[in-house]
Every structure is written in structure tokens, then in C-alpha cells.
Design a protein around this ligand. Structure first.
Ligand code: PEP
Length: 251
């Protein structure tokens, strides 16, 4: 049985006050519930303070990106050890905005995944096709490449620290979520790939989140799909009015 995992990716949004108010509401709402895992990924500069505000709670704090190198002359970058140092327990890697806006390659994503696990961070690895790729019938080939390359350096025993997020690029921030059928098809395909890579037990245990325009109105039908084990939520994670209902409905 996989515990649903609902994570909020704040991207480059919110200010300090709004961020603290949001996590205070979230902390109180989640309480000591164990039927769902909840996490937030604030911008780097707020991580330390948000991690302290959520210390001892059941809400995890993570980063949206990190450097693939452990330290050194990498201006503007942040290492996995630094993230751990300020209280992060996971990092989102391979997000489509990192791939498509900042040109991150499968190779770089794979190196970051290895570096994150070595630093002691759990990983949410994002995979997903663009609309052009979907229309060209390339969805499976693209998510296969993202998954197999992204997990290239991950040992079987470390797979319990990895979550996959299926995020079709055409659904991110557009208001057009994948239908439950579309999500179900790709999630089932991804679980089959996980079985091929690491065996049935790992495939059965690994959580696969759906991401792309998740909101209170659609989360329940998406979470009802067999292989959908939670959500990675962008816009709707920025306000208690939308994220708290998602936490409730996503179970
Ligand atoms: C995301 O960026 O991971 C995301 C899914 O965004 P949104 O929920 O806003 O579509």
C-alpha cells in the first residue's frame, strides 16, 4: 500500500510573510495525520526559515533544484549538503522548467539525482512529454528516456528514496490537466518500466505522482486512478484555500 504523497512546488512565488502564513496553516491542518505525506518546496532563500517553522511536523521541506557538484567555484549554485544543512529532506529534479527553460539534459539530471542521494536527500524525479511529442506519438519514448536516464545511477536499495512525478508539459500551469485515463496510461507504463529496471517489489513500492494543473476540483478523480499515488502541485499549492482541500481530497 503506497501512502499518497502531495507536494507543493512553489516555484519563484510567495514572499517571506505569505510563505510563513501558508506553512503555519498547513502544519495545523496536517497535524499528526499519517494517511497522507505532505511536502513543500519553497525557493532556496526561504528554505531555512520554512524548515524551522515546520520542524517536528509531518510536513516535509525540500528544494526545487540543486547543483550536481558538492562544492567549489559554481557561482549561483546550491549544493545538496547545503540543502540538508538548512533542513531540506528532498529535492525536485528534472522539472520541465529546468529541462526546457534552463536546458538541463538527461545526463545532468542523472548526475543531480546521484548527487542528491549521496548528500542524503530524497528525490522527486519529474518526467513528461511536450504537446508536440504527445501529438507525434512519442509520449512513451520520452518518459522512458527521462526515467531510465534519470535513474541511471540509482542503486536498487536507494529506490525507496525516489518518487517519480509524471508531469506532461502541456498540463503544467495551463489549466488543462491530463484526464484520469491519460494519466493512468502513462503511470501504468512507468510502473512497468520500474519493474523492468528494478523488479516487481520496487515497482510496487515506488510512488508515482501526477502533476499538471491539479486543483481541488480535479484531484479526487486523478487520485482515484490505480497507479496515481499523489500529486506534485504548482499554482494550487500557493494558497491554503486550494492546497488544504487538495491534501484532504488527495488521500
Ligand atoms: C508543476 O510545476 O510542477 C506543476 C504541476 O504546476 P501546476 O500545478 O501549476 O500546473
Amino acid at each position: 500500500m503506497r501512502t499518497p504523497y502531495l507536494a507543493g512546488n512553489w516555484k519563484m512565488n510567495l514572499d517571506r510573510r505569505a510563505a510563513l502564513d501558508l506553512v503555519s496553516a498547513l502544519r495545523e491542518h496536517v497535524g499528526d495525520r499519517t494517511d497522507v505525506d505532505v511536502a513543500v518546496a519553497p525557493p532556496f532563500v526561504y528554505l531555512d526559515e520554512i524548515a524551522r517553522a515546520l520542524a517536528g511536523s509531518r510536513v516535509a521541506v525540500g528544494a526545487q533544484n540543486m547543483c550536481d557538484e558538492p562544492s567549489g567555484a559554481f557561482t549561483g549554485e546550491v549544493s545538496g549538503a547545503m540543502l540538508v544543512d538548512v533542513g531540506a529532506s528532498f529535492v525536485i529534479l528534472g522539472h520541465s522548467e529546468r529541462r526546457h527553460v534552463y536546458g538541463e539534459t538527461d545526463d545532468l539530471v542523472a548526475t543531480k539525482v546521484g548527487a542528491a542521494l549521496s548528500a542524503g536527500l530524497d528525490v522527486i524525479l519529474c518526467v513528461g512529454e511536450t504537446i508536440q511529442e504527445r501529438e507525434a506519438g512519442e509520449t512513451e519514448a520520452v518518459v522512458r528516456r527521462h526515467l531510465t536516464q534519470g535513474l541511471r545511477d540509482v542503486a536498487r536499495e536507494d529506490m525507496r528514496r525516489v518518487t517519480i512525478a509524471y508531469e506532461p508539459v502541456w498540463a503544467i500551469g495551463t489549466g488543462h490537466n491530463a484526464t484520469p485515463e491519460q494519466a493512468g496510461e502513462v503511470h501504468q507504463y512507468l510502473r512497468g518500466l520500474l519493474e523492468g529496471l528494478h523488479g516487481a517489489a520496487v515497482a510496487e513500492a515506488t510512488r508515482i505522482q501526477y502533476g499538471g494543473s491539479v486543483k481541488p476540483a480535479n484531484v479526487a478523480e486523478l487520485m482515484a486512478v490505480d497507479d496515481v499515488d499523489g500529486a506534485l502541485v504548482g499554482g494550487a499549492s500557493l494558497s491554503p484555500d486550494s492546497f488544504l482541500p487538495i491534501v484532504d481530497l488527495g488521500r
